[in-house]
Design a binder for this molecule. Structure first.
Ligand code: EPU
Length: 294
């Protein structure tokens, strides 16, 4: 943690300490990500309600502290120097109300629970519902946007707005919430009839390196229909390694952490992959992974 971080953490604690829920100073973020990489935040706050989350964002903003949301930490690369501000975890927002084929869930509900209840196309995707909506998570079988009835998110004014599917601005692995950094609070979903998820989970386990820490697919598939994994594989980059960050032998669009990878190792490897693929195929691979601070 950099000089002055202690002061920043103390100042944040002062402005948030009367709010309900867990508040921890100088929290190491690596354990909160599936990559197991990243330094400390000034503070990590886990609001137990949507109102508490909104209040914390308003206060961080008015005191000029950077802030960001943290769901399952599954598509995130946190810098080694950490995050000089407030990280808000959605882990406490786990409400669940079902009515027939309609489900209303809090942003912190694990996506796997929703997939089991009636979203088979999302089987095997890690993370939370809020994160999945923000990045329009999906597989070859479909994306969460196809089941969204509405999304409640926090506006910069501190008001909560209910967005219709058309207002959500969903595109491939993206949404208005990600583009404008609007925290997703709750989501209404249309459930599909239950289906056996085992074949989807088996398919994923066969083709992806699920045993090692990673952030899932690092790059978006290019719009020409080719797979980023295939392009990287064709360049002979499987096994390319910087420090403890390695391009998976299992699926070339995964970078795995062999134990002590640093964010800087991952970023160097990302550069190498992008440079090689553009010189071999003329395709610039865009990041699907969110690099905090970029
Ligand atoms: N391929 C290779 N070498 C590799 C990886 C893939 O030749 O190292 C080939 C495969 O053989 C296949 C083609 O590329 O012919 C596509 O591969 P795959 O079926 O694994 O699909 P993908 O496009 O690489 C997408 C999603 C995955 C999702 C799978 C399955 C993106 C960027 N990736 O991968 O999502 O799990 O489909 O539905 O859209 C993620 O978002 O984190 C993720 C892993």
């Amino acid at each position: 943690m950099e000089a002055g971080a202690g002061d920043g953490a103390r100042a944040l604690l002062r402005i948030l300490r009367d709010l309900p829920g867990g508040l921890r100073a100088e929290e190491l973020l690596a354990p909160h990500t599936t990559f197991r990489i990243g330094g400390r935040a000034f503070a990590l706050y886990e609001p137990p309600t949507e109102d508490a989350l909104a209040e914390a964002v308003v206060r961080a903003r008015s005191h000029g502290f950077p802030w960001r949301m943290l769901g399952g930490g599954s598509k995130l690369l946190i810098p080694d120097r950490g995050f000089p501000g407030l990280v808000l975890s959605t882990a406490g927002l786990r409400s669940w109300h079902e009515e027939g084929e309609f489900l209303r869930v809090g942003a912190g509900v694990p996506l796997a629970r929703v997939a089991r209840r009636g979203a088979w196309a999302l089987a095997g995707i890690p993370g939370t519902v809020g994160g999945a909506v923000a990045m329009n998570a999906g597989t070859r079988h479909g994306s969460i946007a196809e089941q969204v009835v509405w999304v409640q998110a926090l506006l910069p004014t501190g008001r909560v707005h209910t967005f219709s599917p058309a207002e959500c601005g969903f595109t491939y692995r993206d949404s208005l919430f990600r583009r404008l950094r609007l925290p997703v609070l709750a989501v209404g979903l249309r459930l599909q009839p239950c289906q056996d998820l085992a074949p989807f989970l088996r398919e994923r386990a066969k083709s992806q390196p699920l045993g090692l820490p990673s952030a899932g697919c690092v790059f978006r598939n290019p719009p020409d229909g080719r797979s980023a994994g295939w392009l990287i594989d064709q360049c002979g980059l499987k096994g390319a390694r910087i420090g403890d960050a390695v391009v998976s032998e299992h699926h070339a669009n995964f970078i795995c952490n062999l134990g002590h990878a640093r964010a800087s190792d991952v970023l160097e490897l990302v550069d190498r992959v992008q440079d090689t693929v553009v010189s071999e195929f003329g395709v610039w691979l865009k990041l699907e992974l969110e690099v905090v601070g970029e």
